[in-house]
Design a protein around this ligand. Structure first.
Ligand SMILES: Cc1cc2nc3c(=O)[nH]c(=O)nc-3n(C[C@H](O)[C@H](O)[C@H](O)COP(=O)(O)OP(=O)(O)OC[C@H]3O[C@@H](n4cnc5c(N)ncnc54)[C@H](O)[C@@H]3O)c2cc1C
Length: 464
């Protein structure tokens, strides 16, 4: 059977794209292929045991609804956060579609007042301290669903899509595209050991960060044009809520950008989770990354947030992906396949952390799934210097941040270093092949992933 549109990857971009496709044309034959399972079958054993079971396909990042299903689902209502799509299309279009997505969230039962809309005196003084310390505060309104709330929303959305006739075929791994004379004809996926072919003149590839490395290989083999982009590498920091109280209660999340004084590298805070939990992302047996999330109802006493360094490389180096992966592998070698944690106090003294040194702190980690050690053995000096400088600057805005009670989980990496060449229609150099979301290299958040999925579908509909 030939489909009108196939989505490869049923994450945020794929699901919102499928919604738009069926809304624009209720008779359209829409297929969503995904490497993971359907949402209901996506169960992370760690939720019960507290320890990563090293599943061959990690339920946190793979499966229908994508990485968003286990994310805190802070939905940023502004083009400046969540990706760089505004570098190829007008920022007003991006914001219009973000508002359209907010409408879909409302349609499926999520309707809460966003935080960060109005400033009070505490917010004013936080912003003033940012200005005094050369930190840019990107203050965008944010909706917060929580990990539990986001699963509810996806459940309702998927139920609607299935009733509307959208087909989901899961546990299918993208093998390659069927391309004839630079025109897309279909896609080949692996079902365990068997290869299957699905046909369409319109394919939206939206495999997220989890599929980005594999997609890069396919782009090389099938001459789909791409460029090497930046990598985002750093730590997931965890600190008692009381230190972050003013930011948490007033902004929920304060997105800060800072350029370091020595290297002039860009550092940013990302994905802050008040009263949240550390999450583990398993990309492969030896690529295990730190992340974080927060529930709407279940609360911890700690806030976690990423401190990331955005690094671009210059000629002749062209393997940022492999570089970041090697760092993750080296960490995994030191820890025997876990994330590494060190207290900021130990890092500054040049000693490894141990379970004993961690037990002397006020903070209790929200995961057991780590090995205490020395980040300096795995993290390049330049990145580590940047992280330390950023922590010290953050301390001037949030007193107490640079304390020994700051735990640093390493590595946190955002794999979006392959930037596929797409035009304003989200179309690649292969006619009919569109790229959306984190895997395209233009997205890094739920808002932009949904916008790209929707814009790809609108472009497809325009030509029909
Ligand atoms: C723990 C965590 C917390 C986060 N918190 C936030 C947050 O609060 N706010 C925010 O804006 N963003 C957050 N993010 C990021 C956000 O989830 C992503 O930006 C968003 O999901 C990207 O959407 P996407 O559709 O591009 O990719 P994804 O949602 O990752 O979906 C990609 C899909 O492709 C599938 N896939 C992968 N490889 C293949 C393959 N080879 N073949 C077939 N299918 C494949 C996957 O199974 C998945 O379903 C978080 C991410 C994580 C992991």
């Amino acid at each position: 059977m030939k489909y009108d549109i196939i989505f490869v990857g049923g994450g945020q971009a794929g699901v919102f794209g499928a919604y738009e496709a069926i809304k624009m044309n209720p008779k359209a034959k829409i297929l969503v292929l995904d490497k993971g399972k359907m949402l209901k079958q996506r169960v992370c054993p760690k939720e019960k045991t507290g320890v990563c079971a090293k599943c061959p396909i990690c339920a946190i990042i793979y499966g229908v609804s994508g990485a968003g299903a286990y994310s805190d689902s802070k939905f940023n209502m502004d083009y400046r956060v969540g990706g760089d799509l505004h570098t190829i299309i007008n920022k007003n279009i991006v914001n219009d579609v973000i508002n359209y997505v907010v409408g879909i969230y409302k349609e499926f039962g999520f309707d809460e007042k966003p935080s960060g809309l109005e400033y009070n005196t505490i917010m004013d003084s936080i912003k003033k301290r940012c200005i005094e310390n050369n930190v840019q505060l990107v203050d965008t309104p944010t909706m917060h669903l929580g990990t539990d709330g986001s699963r509810e929303l996806y459940s309702r959305l998927l139920e609607y899509l299935i009733k509307a006739g959208v087909e989901f075929v899961v546990e299918r791994d993208l093998e390659k595209f069927i391309i004839e004379k630079k025109v897309i004809k279909g896609v080949i996926v692996k079902n365990k050991t068997k290869l299957e072919e699905y046909y369409s003149d319109n394919i939206v590839v939206a495999v997220g960060r989890s599929g980005a490395m594999q997609l890069k290989g396919i782009c090389v083999d099938q001459k789909i044009k791409f460029e090497n982009g930046a990598i985002d590498l750093g730590v997931r920091a965890e600190i008692p809520d009381i230190v972050m109280k003013d930011i948490n209660e007033n902004f929920y999340e304060a997105k800060m950008i800072y350029h370091t004084s020595y290297y002039n590298d860009k550092m940013r805070t990302f994905c802050s989770n008040p009263s949240g939990f550390i999450a583990i992302e398993k990309h492969s047996d030896d690529v295990i990354l730190a992340n974080g999330h927060a529930y709407k109802d279940k609360k911890s006493k700690n806030t976690n947030l990423a401190l990331l360094c955005t690094k671009t490389f210059t000629h002749p180096f062209n393997q940022p992906f492999e570089y970041a992966t090697s760092i993750a592998k080296m960490t995994s070698m030191l820890t025997g396949g876990k994330i590494l944690v060190q207290s900021y106090g130990d890092l500054k003294c040049g000693k490894r952390s141990t379970d004993v040194t961690l037990s002397r702190l006020n903070i209790i980690p929200t995961t057991d799934d780590y090995v205490a050690g020395d980040i300096a053995l795995a993290c390049p000096k330049r990145i580590l210097d940047n992280i330390i400088e950023f922590i010290e600057v953050h301390d001037k805005i949030t007193p107490g941040f640079a304390s020994s009670d700051l735990l640093l989980y390493f590595p946190e990496i955002k794999f979006r270093s392959t930037r596929i060449n797409i035009n304003e229609k989200m179309e690649t150099n292969i006619k009919g092949l569109y790229a959306a979301g984190d895997g395209s290299g233009y997205g890094s958040g739920l808002n932009i992933a949904a916008v790209m999925g929707i814009l790809a579908v609108r472009s497809i509909n325009e030509k029909q």
